[in-house]
Design a protein around this ligand. Sequence first.
Ligand code: ZN
Ligand code: ZN
Ligand code: ZN
Length: 255
Amino acid sequence: MVTLTFLGTGTSMGVPMIGCGCSVCSSSDPRDRRTRSSVLISSGGRNILVDTSTDLYHQALSCNVRRVDAVLFTHSHADHIHGIDELRRFNHIQREEITCYGKAETLGAIKNIFKYIFFQDVKAHDIPQLMTEAVNSTINLFGIDITPVNIFHGKRLIYGYKFANCAYLTDCSGIPEESMDALYGLDTLIIDGLRYAPHKNHLSYDQALGVISELKPKRAYLTHLTHDYLYEEMQGKLPENVFLPYDGLKLELGL
Ligand SMILES: [Zn+2]
Ligand SMILES: [Zn+2]
Ligand SMILES: [Zn+2]
């Protein structure tokens, strides 16, 4: 059985947001706490991490993540990469390097930002030991077929990832025509649904629902969420096949 764990479901500033006293940011419901967006795909004791969010340390502890066998990067924005140093702990546990996959451009940007990791002269115990591998078509990791899918994030094209019958499309403002076929009629679609008001780099709530009704997945989850959504209040509002996830939620992907 392949499972997907939502390690984080929050937008770049997280929820609660620093200095905000709104009803969501001050909610006592743990489902209203949203760390920076990331998911973990697990199968047969192996874990594939999608992005190394700013909150990776806390996510790994709260979700009891004990291995990271590979990392898939969606893009190089700070909220998706700033936890990269936490991979060091998994190097120590596993006693091996970890391969990071992504678009060549994304990996190039990450190498440039984290020069201390990728341009080390000698292998050092106190620096993550990572390899990079650019992908532009389906790869198979630990028995799972993983396909990168181009999606719009504002003007740039970044990667969403498809795991057989499930797709994870964080930081999505639109889907290019040529990516639509691969995303049609999935069992599970996880898609950016930032907030109610439009945003140039993200789908709004209404736009996300529009894409979901076009792609017709069996079930859909919104992610990369701001403090617009009070978990409990949303339960009666969402369409039948659309759900709000919360940090720590696990889905069985039935692959
Ligand atoms: Zn983001
Ligand atoms: Zn707030
Ligand atoms: Zn982004």
